[in-house]
Design a protein around this ligand. Structure first.
Ligand code: PEP
Ligand code: MN
Length: 345
């Protein structure tokens, strides 16, 4: 932490700041500049209140050097986190980007879900996504099949070998979800549900946290810090767009720069969801490619066997034929083009 004094601050004001620091067992290193005095604080700053120091007479500003997201920061942990699944799939670091696809919500037509899962496997995807507990803006919209939906996902996994990603909305459902899912997704609306994040820190399953629609990158990383600091290091981040001022053409604004920024400042895997970011199926491929080129560790997007009749998010879902073309384009970019190898990881 660096404390910058005002140019006209007095010796007494500087002494008071130094005393405040030393009284808390820390060391104050004073640098008397020609214009400004600067105090560098050395030691464990957890007991120090930056706002109180900033409010002291003679203080111009307080700059924190270390970020508050300690555990997820690259400074604290230079090596990439790579999450390994029992079937050999790996997410993060220098591993090849993964593809997570499936309908927005699991619907009662199991055969439809299976068609999507079969196509996903055929195209070398690693994960089947689908919500069984759905966060919907309107209470009158389809809320998900709950356990029945989880069973469908598990049956599709049984038949295809794909890993299952599905959303957790409530601490009460964690045990049930753990029975069926390989990755528990925290939806954008729940990114700052701290009770949920803490509870997910106490389990071992990988957690995927989606960026809140109005969350800064710092808040996004702090959400991950909640999970990691409570004991679960297996966190994947997912950029899914933030609210902008122009929603005429896209649902959200995809913050592609979040990808290299997170790769620079954190060791956690970061994937991108071009479906929720844009709301438009024709934007999945270009935005997905942009994400891959920017260094995303994977993509998650929506695929439905009959998007026109989907109960949720049909407009941002590809049908199976479109999906196959799009997956080919992504695989070409990723370098995963061996369609005949059924053991593609
Ligand atoms: C989802 O992925 O199913 C979803 C609801 O997305 P988000 O939380 O990003 O809105
Ligand atoms: Mn959706």
């Amino acid at each position: 932490m660096i404390i910058v004094m005002e140019h006209n601050s007095t010796r007494e004001q500087l002494d008071r700041v130094v005393k405040y620091i030393e009284n808390r067992g820390l060391k104050a290193q004073i640098n008397n500049g020609t214009v400004l005095d600067v105090v560098a604080v050395l030691g464990d700053k957890t007991q120090l209140n930056a706002e109180s120091i900033a409010a002291m007479d003679g203080v111009y500003e307080v700059k924190k050097i270390q970020e508050p997201y300690k555990l997820v920061s690259r400074a604290a942990h230079p090596e990439d986190t790579v999450i390994s699944f029992p079937n050999g799939v790996k997410v993060g670091g220098l591993e090849r980007p993964v593809l997570m696809v499936g309908p927005c919500s699991v619907e009662k037509d199991f055969e439809g879900l299976l068609k999507v899962a079969t196509a996903a496997k055929e195209m070398g995807c690693q994960f089947l996504r689908g919500g069984a507990f759905k966060p919907r803006t309107s209470p009158y919209d389809f809320q998900g099949l709950e356990e029945k939906g989880l069973q469908y996902l598990a049956q599709a996994r049984e038949k295809t070998g794909l890993l299952v990603v599905t959303e957790v909305m409530d601490t009460m459902d964690i045990a049930l979800l753990c029975k069926y899912a390989d990755v528990l997704q925290v939806g954008a609306r729940n990114m700052q549900n701290f009770k949920l994040l803490k509870a997910l820190g106490r389990i071992k399953k990988p957690i995927m946290i989606k960026r809140g629609p109005a969350a800064t990158i710092k808040e996004f990383l702090l959400a991950a810090e909640y999970v990691v600091s409570n004991g679960n290091p297996n966190v994947i981040l997912c950029e899914r767009g933030v609210k902008g001022f122009d929603n005429q053409f896209t649902r959200n604004v995809l913050d592609i720069s979040a990808v290299p920024i997170i790769r620079k400042y954190s060791h956690l895997p970061i994937i991108v969801d071009p479906s929720h970011a844009t709301g438009k199926r024709f934007l999945i491929e270009p935005m997905g490619k942009a994400a891959l080129i920017s260094g995303a560790h994977g993509l998650m997007f929506e695929v439905h066997h009959d998007p026109d009749n989907a109960l949720c998010d049909g407009a941002q879902s590809l049908n199976i034929e479109q999906f196959k073309e799009t997956a080919k384009a992504f695989n070409k970019l990723i370098g995963r083009i061996d369609y005949d190898n059924k053991n593609n990881k």
